[in-house]
Write a new protein. Structure first.
Length: 282
């Protein structure tokens, strides 16, 4: 059962849901707007939709990566030993369908964006090993799509400096996830080679790919502080960003797996402190 739950990547899924919730609050400009029952229901169903579709995406990824995962993650119990490949396929298709029905209930714009994300996700899972740098770019775009999804979920929100920050944070997040995905591709080079993949590290070498990932991560660093200096976020956000910065910088001096873990931690920390900041500072 535990191995099946791991296939859903619940840690990453919950991070995405926390991100969507935080962005939605920023779109409104204040937590108080969530006291409205209609808004609670719409946001709640939107989060359920994103939860189901994200879990389905990870299951689909496992379905197409069975061979490479057996090489890159030999310690992990293969999902096909717990569930037949046919049932894995049925499961992610079922999640997709229920998630789409929930998205349609939210509003047409949200549903349309979900359909676009879903099309890109399916394309990625089928052809990811042959996309070169575009593999990391596509994943970064899919993650960043939580911003337009959240704006659709909140019907555009209300004008405020908080909402204005939602046009800065996506740039930062895109760069961080891009660096993270390149680092992950370095870790998974062996399995990708076995499947005839042409990911960026395979094409230019692990060392150059590592340097590129580090450079992209460093470029993103000052962008994370723009919302504070533009008055879009408060001191709680600044303190959180400064406290986690040494960990973010420090992970760049270790192996690729540590680098990717550090980058993911930084994203989660910034999201957490963004949420705490808007809750505590009106």
């Amino acid at each position: 059962m535990l191995a099946i739950l791991k296939a859903f990547r619940l840690g990453k899924v919950l991070s995405i849901l926390l991100g969507v919730l935080t962005i939605s609050i920023y779109a409104f400009g204040a937590v108080s707007y969530l006291q409205d029952r209609a808004i609670q229901l719409r946001v709640g169903i939107g989060l359920i939709s994103i939860f189901l579709l994200t879990c389905a995406g990870y299951l689909m990824n496992d379905y197409y990566d069975i061979k490479s995962d057996s090489i890159n993650r030999p310690q992990r119990i293969p999902l096909k030993e717990l569930i037949s490949e046919k049932n894995i396929k049925r499961l992610f298709i079922g999640f997709f369908l229920v998630g789409l029905i929930a998205a349609l209930w939210v509003n047409l714009k949200f549903f349309s964006l979900i359909i676009l994300d879903l099309a890109i996700l399916i394309f990625y899972n089928v052809y990811s090993k042959r996309l070169y740098l575009f593999k990391a770019v596509i994943v970064s775009l899919l993650v960043v799509s939580i911003y337009p999804l959240s704006l659709a979920l909140t019907s555009g929100g209300y004008p405020s400096l908080r909402r204005d920050s939602l046009f800065v944070f996506p740039i930062w997040l895109f760069l961080i996830i891009l660096a993270y995905e390149i680092a992950e591709d370095i870790v998974g080079m062996q399995g990708d080679k076995e499947e005839g993949g042409n990911t960026l590290p395979i094409m230019i070498g692990a060392k150059k790919a590592r340097n590129l990932a580090t450079l992209i991560a460093l470029i993103s660093t000052p962008i994370a502080f723009i919302p504070y200096f533009k008055g879009m976020c408060g001191t709680v956000y600044l303190i959180g960003a400064l406290l986690t910065l040494p960990i973010f910088i420090g992970c760049m001096f270790f192996k690729e797996k540590t680098l990717s873990i550090g980058l993911l931690f930084y994203v989660r920390a910034i999201t957490f402190f963004s949420l705490v900041d808007i809750i505590l500072i009106k």
